[in-house]
Design a protein around this ligand. Sequence first.
Ligand code: DGP
Length: 110
Amino acid sequence: MDCLFCKIIAGEIPCTKVYEDDGVFAFRDINPQAPVHVLLVPKKHMRNILECDGETAAALTKAIGEVAKLEGVKEDGFRIVSNCGKHGCQSVEHLHIHLLGGKQLSEKMD
Ligand code: DGP
């Protein structure tokens, strides 16, 4: 499958890995929007949040906590975002959660 994030998970494209477990891979966004900007992706390919099953959602939730701890943003907080489809400005069609933090984020969501 010609999927950028599948290739990153497989090690075919380099990245800065932050965290990995059986179901989830997390790495730094190439174009960071905050001091901490990590992408969490399920290892199993799915296009977006609409294709996410319960087991994967649970694995992602656990991984969010682990990454927040590793990145030192648990105390002050952070934001998670998952862009979906055209209006959501999703540019890579493999489900990913942006985890942003390390500064006071804007109240604006769009
Ligand atoms: P989205 O617009 O929500 O689909 O986010 C895709 C993100 O993926 C975007 O913030 C930039 C990031 N990205 C794109 N290509 C690469 C890459 O090759 N390596 C890494 N680390 N991040 C990438």
